[in-house]
Ligand binder design. Structure first.
Ligand code: FVH
Length: 286
């Protein structure tokens, strides 16, 4: 086994970016993709192109999978499971925590050391200081290859439960997508008055950035479990949010995004929590 050779399976936008960062960092890298012809630039830069999965797996002690989803990883690796025995598998494909745990069990049953990763970056960020990747699963794999993993982005190990990195990944993505969705809603509202999305973005960026500074205080209240409002209680938030819903309707903007939040607030007020802080909303989600 040649443990210092790394194989990257999957040369989509992310796989290509990761493989390029490895090659640039001087790591002996083998690359493979289901559809041929996507390895040209990588091979020109020094990677070894493998003609089959089995060839890619055979050549390396460490295999990094960067495929579409959980199903595609199984479709790719199940047929070569015998070749993977005794090797280390690092899965950077986005999978749910339960899917990551399933891989860990599957890998252990076949004598494969398994590390799962959640990529907190888009392809152009890979290999830059803006990139970070969260890992969980086999600590030994992380420790042995941390130097190589740091070539891809800041590498952080979160624990031996293989699902934890994916749990953080999807939790952070939830926060991101709901923020983007909120931007779309706001842009649609001001758009009803002829304001461009770009003009709205110019104001939204500093506003959202400033408001995000409040998250640690929200977190402190949540962790304390003491939701007695110091400033704006849910009764106040209800009035404010009902007005947002009405303003959206008046602007001809669908309330699909804001109505569920209004309902979460309403429900708490109806159930006697009107004097509590907005942060108590997390109790309705748990
Ligand atoms: N791109 C991004 O911004 C995000 C950032 C966060 C992490 N994600 C996850 O990374 C995984 C790969 O994403 P990607 O951007 O490389 O995705 P694509 O460019 O669409 O490439 C997909 C590759 O998967 C191969 N593939 C698909 N199905 C199969 C299969 N059944 N068997 C073997 N390979 C398969 C596909 O091959 P081909 O279509 O070229 O033959 C591509 O190599 C992903 O989990 C993101 O959620 C990226």
């Amino acid at each position: 086994m040649t443990n210092n050779q790394v194989s990257v399976l999957g040369l989509g936008a992310m796989g290509r970016a990761l493989a390029a960062a490895l090659v640039k960092g001087g790591v002996a890298t083998t690359v493979w993709n289901r559809t041929a012809g996507r390895d040209g630039e990588l091979v020109a830069a020094g990677a070894v192109g493998a003609g089959s999965v089995v060839e890619a797996v055979r050549g390396s002690g460490v295999v990094i999978s960067v495929l579409l989803d959980h199903k595609s990883v199984h479709e790719t690796l199940d047929p070569v499971v015998a070749e993977l025995r005794g090797k280390q598998l690092i899965n950077l494909t986005s999978t749910t925590p339960e899917e990551s745990r399933e891989f860990a069990v599957w890998a252990a049953s076949h004598g494969i050391e398994f590390l799962d990763g959640g990529i907190m970056a888009i392809p152009p960020m890979i290999g830059t200081q803006a990139s970070s990747i969260l890992y969980s699963g086999a600590r030994a794999v992380f420790d042995e290859h941390q130097g190589v993993l740091e070539l891809l982005g800041a590498a952080e190990f979160l624990g031996e439960d293989a699902g934890v990195a994916a749990l953080y990944d999807f939790s952070l993505l939830s926060a991101m997508y709901l923020m983007f969705a909120g931007f779309f809603h706001g842009a649609a509202m001001v758009g009803s008055a002829g304001v461009s999305a770009q003009e709205f973005a110019r104001r939204a960026v500093p506003w959202v950035t400033a408001m995000a500074q409040g998250l640690p205080e929200y977190a402190r209240v949540i962790d304390s479990g003491d939701y007695r409002a110091q400033v704006q209680h849910l009764e106040f938030q209800k009035a404010a949010f009902d007005a947002i819903v009405r303003a959206s309707r008046d602007a001809g903007v669908a309330t699909d995004l804001v109505a569920p939040v209004a309902e979460l607030i309403d429900r708490q007020v109806r159930n006697g929590h009107g004097a509590m802080a907005f942060e108590r909303t997390i109790e309705e989600l748990r």
